[in-house]
Design a protein around this ligand. Sequence first.
Ligand code: FCB
Length: 466
Amino acid sequence: MFREDFAWGVATSAYQIEGTDPDDGRGKCIWDTFSEEGHTRGDNASVACDHMHRYKEDFALMKELGIRAYRFSVNWCRILPNGTGEINPKGIAMYRDMIMEMRANGIEPFLTMYHWDLPQALEDKGGWLNPEIVDAFGEYAKVIAENFSDIVENFFTINEPQCIVGLGYVTGVHAPGRKLPLEDTFKISINVMKAHGTAVKKLREFARRPIKIGYAPTCTVAIPASESPEDIEAAREKYFRMSDKGNNWAWNVAWFSDPVLLGEFPAQGLELFKDYIPEITKEDIELIHQPIDFVGQNIYNGYYIKAGSNGKYEDVPMYPGFPQTGVNWPVMSECLYWGIRFAYERYHLPIYITENGMACHDCISVDGKVHDPNRQDFLDRYISAVERACDEGMDVRGYFLWSFTDNFEWEQGFHGRFGIVYVDFRTGKRIPKDSAYWYKTVIESNGGTLASTREQATGCSLNRFE
Ligand code: FCB
């Protein structure tokens, strides 16, 4: 059972949907540059879903689909075109109007401050590697609090620090596309977490009323191959370890969540990477470890782990032809249950699933509709796994389906349709997919229409190994 006030929502991010306007006063961000340099499959987000001109239509559609909560982000360069200094009043006015419009449609706003649109002006000064970014982010947080806290109660600071560091600066697959030495990437990770801590302080200091603040990390979940206590502990052990592969180090939970939520860096990681980690002071940890109200978890998939014969964990390979999404991510709904359970047992904070969903090769059928049975089946299983966590007493406050509309999927350009609303990118036309109407019934029944029972949702994957 979901709680009565469960936040049934959808999620998006500014850069992926808004588009631009010659007159919008927005500054340039690293993804503009990255697209110009040709790293986004020939696509760019100058129009995207044109949400900045169509948000009234989009919120009316959300209302029609029964959606009650909306996790969206603010583009830093719309507010502070150079990252610091001069404020762009048009950006403030646009987001205020958007938020008022959401509210008028009965949709509760959840504002994310940073979903990867770093002002190019700051990247030119070293980006997340330059320690000055911590104060710059604090300045941005002050502006956010002063201008939006009267109409927004729930805030997230940073989306997926793992991707900011790992994809932006280790592998360079995301903007700004840099491949830096390990030492630098550890410094960046600490700057990101200090920026989070500074933002929490500034948001609270300048908010016009008491607000709630969270953080939205991600990871691929280690799923126990069976529910034996040994396999569960093996999976937990693996989930909170740091990888020993240098180019994949940022893809982990403990490094980015333990300092923020527990006030300590993971000992195993400190030891493993001791030659690369800069000095971390007591003051740094105090700044990073600010009290927050809830934690977001962006969870899409996982991998299977069992207890090995020598007391260590072992990978359990997926069987040939394992189900996968339109962007080749494995489909394994148990990741939501275990992701919530492991996070809740370690951090003891209320949880929102801040992102979860599926890319499909959607298209308009001959009947003019968009049929997406795979997404509906996926969501049914995944949301049922959230329900299992609720039934077992974990404090899950809401679920934000990624995403409302198809959108600009970063380095993939427009390849990868994650929306429950189809967007024809030639015209901007929106067509709710079958899954959107299905989600409406799930919301209206507070989960009552989910077809997967608890046993089916988890049992089906456990059977995979029998
Ligand atoms: C997450 C991102 C989001 C979107 C989904 C598919 O990692 O936060 O912007 O790209 O993946």
